[in-house]
Design a protein around this ligand. Structure first.
Ligand SMILES: Nc1ncnc2c1ncn2[C@@H]1O[C@H](COP(=O)(O)OP(=O)(O)O)[C@@H](O)[C@H]1O
Ligand SMILES: [Mg+2]
Length: 648
């Protein structure tokens, strides 16, 4: 016990920086120290512009600007490489062919071919290097932007309050965010790159114009068609690619549900039914994919053949010009190279428009999440709750989950003195869990105030408030990591001895040691490799390890065997000593841990006293207890530890 109770001051070398504002000089008492002292990842370097009247692109600009060094390098290198590439057709066709191949040694203007070969080689190598650097930096920027967007959204999600999560489907939220982030990222990084390529196409066109204006016009004559075809291709493929996206998500959802809900599926022998629904979704996906391939098959040859047509026109008209001595034969070679070079940007220009539409839609959905503000946050000037005594006062609290919903707490009034253990009893749906939720300010009350140590919780910082309150829920969520890490979740730096002590107090040590790898056993997803009672005991240990001055057990022992629970009572009692504890329970054995029993009904306390008093005077109390699983039908509920049932 003492091992766990060690003061939480000055743990970890990095604690100082973040706690400066909290520690007053000369303060000898242990200050509150935030749990996660080390930043675990590099925080995003920029945020989305909060001004929602701006266009989506302008709102996203701060993120691009945060990476302007790599981004500009990529763009400059890309332009540089492309300009070099534009020179190559000029050298090969215009110059090499005219000066080295058509002319002979000794003729005026003759240049040895090797000279051009050398030049082209150098150009190609330098252009290659520039292209490499540009690609490297562009991809780096792209993934950095994606990383930032993802972290901005995730950070935002973690800051959102409970009411938000009551409303949205978190799985949907995350999977949607993923594909939306990708399409915004693609547009932000590749659109400028395509524009650079189009700019270079302009340079190539100027080169062509310099050689021969009519031939340049003939060479470019197919480009508008390529552009239009590109746009049409994207336009017809755009809805199909959306369809593919959403149908992929459908299939993923079914597979996900099948795997997560496999216990339910199997217990209803509904495998066939699930397979049928999966086959149906897969069928719909297949249709979309085939449609996509169909469209591609239709458009791709057309686009490709159009540029071949351009080539043919150049040879035809260029040949005519050569025959009439208006241009050198090498120009035809140069032109055909340029036409091939130009084709890609023109095709992509069409794509750019579609990408833009898609990115705008995605950005809207991302901003929709980001523009939603947390409803519960630190008010300006909020103070830290330090050295909490555990004086808890539910001061005439009225609360409803929804504005137009019923009041779940209705003038709920309860004072728990420091160190006292109180049991809250009531029918299901009477609002017991809601009481547990307003205490750490998961929800803000509508009327009255939640007061701790004389402070309204709305005047306290959320972090410090929640650090003082340990809450164990009836459905314990375990992470799929080792038992040891699960217990140490709230205090990652805890010694192994402390972890074991907490597990012992929660009655978990025995079964943990019997697991295959003991404390290092990795539990399955959500802890499904353990029984409900085992999960609950690990969850209790996890909270006890943090050693909070205020403890809330919300049906936290409901799945633990009555026998096992009695065995861990000693440990629990020791843990409750000196701290304020609120136990929500049905069982007599759990109630026996409390100094005082409160009966709750329809959102308010209807009776307050010892178990014996309530049994004698309040019929509803006996009625609620009669449903407990440690009471035999017809038996008069009686406390296992007769008398006060206190913690002493
Ligand atoms: N997140 C929520 N959103 C809306 N209503 C809720 C929510 N949680 C609980 N309720 C409603 O509040 C009432 C009290 O619930 P709860 O406090 O969980 O009762 P208890 O724990 O006593 O069984 C129930 O009628 C329940 O339907
Ligand atoms: Mg409940």
């Amino acid at each position: 016990m003492t091992a766990i109770r060690e003061p939480r001051g000055a743990t970890g070398p990095t604690a100082g920086a973040q706690t400066d504002r909290r520690i007053t000089p000369g303060d000898s008492s242990s200050p509150w120290i935030p749990l996660a002292e080390e930043p675990r990842y590099q925080p995003p370097r920029a945020a989305i512009d909060p001004d929602s009247t701006k266009s989506w692109l302008r709102r996203a600009m701060p993120i691009v600007k945060a990476h302007k060094a790599t981004f500009l390098t990529a763009m400059i290198m890309s332009a540089f490489g492309l300009i070099l590439q534009v020179q190559i057709p000029q050298l090969l066709g215009q110059d090499a062919l005219t000066h080295s191949i058509v002319l002979h040694r000794g003729m005026a203007g003759y240049v040895p071919l090797a000279h051009y070969v050398k030049l082209v080689f150098i150009l190609a190598v330098v252009a290659g290097i520039a292209g490499f650097i540009s690609r490297l930096f562009l991809m780096t920027t792209a993934y950095k932007i994606e990383f930032d967007l993802r972290n901005i959204i995730y950070e935002h999600l973690t800051r959102m309050s409970f009411p938000f999560y009551d409303r949205v489907q978190s799985g949907q939220l995350i999977s949607r965010a993923n594909s939306d982030i990708r399409s915004v990222q693609m547009y932000l990084t590749f659109a400028p790159n395509i524009l650079v390529q189009c700019g270079i196409a302009l340079v190539a066109f100027i080169y062509m114009l310099r050689i021969n204006v009519p031939l340049a016009c003939v060479a470019m004559s197919t480009m508008p068609f390529i552009y239009v075809l590109g746009v049409r291709m994207r336009k017809s493929m755009f809805p199909v690619s959306w369809l593919i996206q959403s149908r992929l998500a459908d299939v993923a959802t079914i597979v996900d549900e099948n795997i997560n809900g496999v216990r339910v599926v199997k217990s209803f022998a509904a495998e066939d039914q699930q397979l049928r629904s999966l086959a149906k979704a897969a069928d719909r996906l297949q249709w979309a994919y085939i449609k996509d391939a169909d469209l591609r098959a239709k458009f791709t040859p057309a686009v490709q053949n159009l540029s071949q047509l351009g080539l043919a026109l150049v040879v035809l008209f260029g040949g005519y010009l050569v025959v009439h001595d208006r241009i050198q034969v090498g120009a035809i070679l140069s032109f055909s190279f340029w036409i091939v070079m130009l084709q890609a940007p023109f095709q992509m220009l069409g794509m750019l428009i579609m990408m833009g539409q898609r990115a705008a839609a995605s950005a809207d959905r991302i901003y929709e999440i980001l523009d939603e503000k947390p409803t519960i946050y630190d008010r300006p000037g909020a103070i830290d709750l330090i050295d909490c005594r555990g004086d808890v006062h539910f001061n005439d609290i009225t609360f409803a989950y929804n504005e137009d919903g019923p009041n779940i707490l209705d003038h709920f009034e309860l004072r728990i003195r420091p160190g006292e253990t109180v049991a809250l009893v009531g029918r299901t749906g009477s609002g017991k869990s809601t009481v547990a939720r307003v205490l750490p300010r998961f929800y803000d009350v509508d009327g009255g105030a939640m007061v701790i140590d004389g402070h309204d919780v709305r005047d306290l910082t959320l972090d410090s408030l929640r650090a003082q309150i340990g809450i164990v829920l009836d459905e314990p969520f375990l992470f799929s990591m080792s038992v040891r890490d699960n217990i140490a979740y709230g205090r990652p730096e805890a010694d192994f001895a402390d972890i074991v002590a907490a597990a012992q107090a929660a009655g978990a040590d025995g079964f943990i040691r019997e697991l295959a790898d003991g404390y290092d056993t990795v539990v399955g997803e959500r802890g499904y490799t353990l029984s409900g009672g085992q999960r609950q005991r690990i969850a209790i240990a996890r909270t006890l390890l943090v050693n909070p001055p205020i403890l809330v057990l919300d049906d936290a022992t409901s799945a633990i065997d009555v026998q096992v629970e009695l065995q861990i009572h000693d440990g629990l009692k020791r843990m409750m000593q000196g701290r304020t504890t609120l136990i929500i329970a049905h069982r007599l054995s759990t109630i026996s841990l409390a100094d005082r029993v409160l009966l709750m009904d329809e959102g308010r306390i209807v009776a307050d006293g010892t178990h014996v008093e309530l049994m004698a005077t309040v019929p509803l109390y006996a009625e609620v207890l009669a449903q407990a699983d440690d009471v035999e039908p017809g038996q008069i509920p009686e406390l296992p530890h007769l008398g006060t049932g206190g913690t002493d």
